[in-house]
Design a protein around this ligand. Structure first.
Ligand code: ASP
Length: 436
């Protein structure tokens, strides 16, 4: 991501190493130090380890708003360009929305029924909340004074987008927050596709520049991530012990189950419903899916996706090129599902009660975040951080998940790319045969 020259694979290995190192040290310190030394350990964690661990996260927080603004404006513009494809474009747009909604719906259903975040014993949960300060407590209090649904919905259309951007992470903000910023970005992006192109070129360049700069800064932050993750891992393991691993395993299982449902139930159903053979589809798409899995990047997989679309799935090149290029960044079902599970899981862990309306808001944010996520390894990380901050779940908790992110990224990217190919297959008039 960004201009960081470190290969992403090496970087994620370092982050994983950082996490394992921090966790191991934390377990040893928490388990072996005598009871009498625990106050000193706590002091050390609060005054030194945690602040050091937060540095890389603060750098990410810094660019969340500009990143979301520019990414959603640019993503919406690309989607808007689909109009040049006429009916095919409209169908692509509708399918993108439908599949993203279904994937986030799966996330919501799974987290609510399986409750992976509440599997942690109460004492450990309390320790975690105290480790990460008062942010979640504020939101627990805030959750009890929820607004009427109509007001919440109306607040999504900001009267003053700038004020919403400034206050999007302020727990006292009663406006639409980050969601309002996202809606504003959607409007700007859509308006830019309608306005005369030559008049908006400079602004387009401005948003492209803003996006690139945000990514470069996130690249800087990720260079520090292995050390930060080690510190945060140490802090959490020293206070939680082995309970942490059980919860983390449960969370990973829920993400994988959700991805599998979308991949092996929803997509085949959509293909069959539209008269295509799922077997023939998966046989044709196999190479792109495997590439996505191994690169964790929809963008890097694009050349392979284009080849299999044209050669194996028999999708006309004009449609394949357009739908897959836009889809690589704007249609990310796996990412939307992962973001939904992660945000709701962490809300559960931190005891942040989300009402149904608030959950729907999270779902909408995840759908929009899916439009704005860059198709690169870890592209969804800043957006998850943004959504977490906006519902006042301590975003530091993402550090633990970051340690195992590479594997989940491989899986969700495979789904992202499959989703793009499903859409391209369904919308093209003549693609693969209906029998396997
Ligand atoms: N790695 C994903 C992709 O390229 C994006 C993400 O979810 O981080 O599709």
């Amino acid at each position: 991501m960004g201009q960081d020259a470190t290969p992403t694979h090496a970087r994620s290995t370092r982050i994983l190493f950082g996490l394992v190192f921090g966790l191991a040290l934390g377990l040893i310190a928490g388990g072996l130090l005598p009871e009498s030394s625990q106050p000193q350990l706590s002091w050390w964690i609060d005054q030194v380890v945690q602040p050091a661990g937060r540095v890389f996260l603060r750098i990410i927080f810094m660019v969340v708003v500009p990143l979301i603004l520019s990414a959603i404006v640019l993503g919406t513009m690309e989607m808007g360009d689909l109009r040049t494809l006429g009916r095919v474009g409209t169908r692509t747009l509708l399918l993108t929305l439908l599949l993203s909604t279904l994937s986030v719906g799966i996330a919501l259903a799974l987290v609510n029924t399986l409750s992976p975040g509440t599997a942690m014993p109460e004492s450990s949960r309390k320790a975690l909340i105290s480790t990460y300060g008062g942010a979640s407590r504020t939101s627990i209090e805030r959750g009890t004074r929820s607004q009427p649904v109509a007001t919440t919905l109306l607040n999504f259309i900001p009267e003053n987008p700038l004020a919403e951007a400034v206050n999007s992470f302020n727990p006292e903000n009663t406006g639409g927050g980050l969601m309002a910023v996202m809606v504003f970005s959607l409007f700007v992006g859509f308006a830019m596709t309608v306005a005369p192109r030559e008049k908006t070129l400079v602004l387009r360049g401005f948003f492209e520049g803003m996006f690139e700069i945000s990514m470069v800064i996130i690249g800087f932050a990720l260079r520090l991530a292995p050390y930060g993750v080690a510190c945060l891992g140490f802090a959490v393991a020293a206070r939680l012990g082995f309970d942490l691993f059980r919860t983390l395993g449960f969370y990973t299982g829920v993400v994988l189950l959700g991805l599998a449902l979308q991949q092996f139930v929803v997509y085949p159903a959509v293909l069959r419903f539209t008269g295509h053979s799922p077997m023939a589809f998966f046989r044709g798409a196999k190479e792109a899916i495997v590439t996505a899995f191994s690169t964790s990047s929809s963008n890097a997989t694009l050349p392979v996706s284009l080849r299999v679309a044209e050669q194996d799935l028999k999708i006309p090149p004009r449609i394949a090129r357009f739908v897959l290029t836009v889809g690589a960044s704007a249609n990310q079902n796996g990412t939307a599902l992962y973001e939904g599970v992660t945000v709701l899981f962490l809300a559960q862990v931190f005891g942040v009660e989300l009402s149904l309306t608030q959950q729907v808001v999270v779902a909408l944010m995840c759908i929009m975040a899916g439009i704005g996520t860059a198709g690169v390894p870890g592209g969804s990380l800043p957006l998850v951080v943004g959504v977490l901050l906006s519902i006042n779940v301590p975003a530091e908790a993402i550090a633990i998940i970051l340690g195992i992110d590479r594997f989940l990224d491989m899986c969700r990217t495979a789904l992202n790319v499959t989703g793009d190919l499903v859409i391209a297959t369904v919308v093209s008039p003549e693609s693969l045969p209906s029998k396997a």
